[in-house]
Design a protein around this ligand. Structure first.
Ligand SMILES: [Zn+2]
Length: 393
């Protein structure tokens, strides 16, 4: 049969999206929206289970079996949104505005429509579709432990599409992604905070130590920025200082200074490499007597490089050529998506195909409704191309 692109219905995507954004799901509190999504997914025709190993952030797993053998394509998305206040959901004839609407309940609603169309047409395709929706994605609270748990239990596809970030109209394929981690450095002295007048000049000079560490990190960031990136699609690596906190009162001598920022690296390095790099920089910094510094980390996502010869890549390339036209551009992404887990940790070739994420994390987060059917058609065609070509191999 031909790919049923004309069965995609924008109004059904909009209804599902409206239902999903009516349930707030800040990172770590996705239980209610997980069950709502599970309900919609079951109604779309998938066989659904909810994994409640983390009761506050359950994962939804749905399966649609095609009518003949083939490979498993995973459609993946996160259920949570950033925990930043937003006005209540508003729907007009052309837009929906709400926290999470563009990152990424739109992509989840798109997955529901693909499942619905595949089931409506009698599951007349080879292989199977595995839907995974999970919480704990958005940093800094999210640690992706739910997605990692699914990967570790083997709940993953032979290939995957994450329905966010790359816009359907851009004609792009993300083949490389930077790794990113949040680093924390604590510069400290022994003792307790006290009145400045009770702290003699001979005691440990925390302020100078803090400046020395901050300066060393700044210099390391400059050094990294000046190194030409490895040949590929990504810009130079970075070490960014986002926060520096010294003291809590105008005449108190503090005990610690904390610094925090990001480290972004390219696929020729791993998280382990960059951890070691910054730890050495801090360890080599000359500190005043009685002052010490320590580094801790939170991994946001590992770097990745996808083999352009992967079937899921050519499936996306052909779908873009068919529906969008024009030359397809291979790009690298600096932002972290679940490609940063599925590819390096799961060994699952994964592409991004989003549903209008331009206003993700914005004060006024919104989605243009006329963009949704086109994104859904593109997603369906990528899935269709992959399932048929994988089965024919
Ligand atoms: Zn997202």
């Amino acid at each position: 049969m031909n790919v049923p692109l004309d069965r995609i219905q924008g109004d059904r995507i909009i209804e599902d999206l409206w239902r999903l954004v009516s349930i707030p799901s800040p990172t770590g509190r996705e239980r209610q929206v997980a069950f709502a999504f599970a309900d919609l997914l079951a109604r779309a025709g998938a066989v659904v289970e909810v994994d409640e190993s983390n009761p506050d952030s359950p994962s939804v797993i749905g399966r649609v079996q095609g009518n003949r053998p083939g490979k498993t394509l995973q459609l993946a998305g996160h259920l949570d949104h950033i925990d930043i206040p937003h006005a209540p959901p508003v729907r007009t004839a052309t837009t929906i505005a709400a926290r999470g609407v563009g990152d990424m309940k739109n992509g989840l609603a798109g997955i529901l429509e693909i499942v619905r169309v595949l089931v409506e047409t009698g599951c007349d395709f080879p292989g199977s579709v595995l839907v995974t929706a999970f919480g704990l994605h958005e940093a800094p609270i999210g640690d992706s432990s739910t997605l990692i748990g699914l990967i570790q239990r083997g709940i993953k596809g032979d290939a995957a599409i994450v329905t966010e970030q790359i816009h359907d109209t851009e004609g792009k394929i993300a083949l490389e992604g930077k790794g990113q981690a949040i680093w924390n450095v604590k510069v400290q002295r022994a003792g307790e905070a006290c009145h400045e007048l009770n702290y003699s000049a001979t005691k440990p000079d925390l302020f100078s130590g803090s400046l020395a560490v901050a300066g060393a990190i700044r210099d390391e960031g400059r050094r990294l920025a000046a190194i030409p990136p490895r040949p590929g699609l990504l810009s130079a690596e970075s070490l960014f200082i986002g926060q520096m906190h010294y003291g809590d009162f105008y005449n108190r001598m503090p005990v610690a200074c904390t610094l925090q920022g990001t480290r972004r690296w390219n696929p020729d390095k791993t998280f382990a490499d960059v951890q070691q790099g910054l730890c050495e920089v801090v360890a080599k910094t000359h500190l005043p007597a009685g002052v010490s510094a320590s580094v801790s980390w939170r991994l946001t996502g590992e770097s990745f490089a996808l083999d352009p010869a992967e079937l899921i890549v050519s499936a996306q390339r052909q779908a873009i050529e068919t529906l969008v036209g024009g030359p397809v551009k291979s790009v690298g992404i600096a932002a972290v998506a679940d490609t940063s887990r599925l590819i390096p940790m799961g060994g699952v070739p994964t592409v991004l195909s989003g549903f209008d994420n331009e206003f993700a994390h914005a004060d006024h987060e919104m989605v243009r409704l006329d963009r949704l059917p086109g994104a859904a058609r593109l997603l369906l065609l990528i899935a269709w191309n992959y399932l048929h070509q994988a089965a024919a191999k």
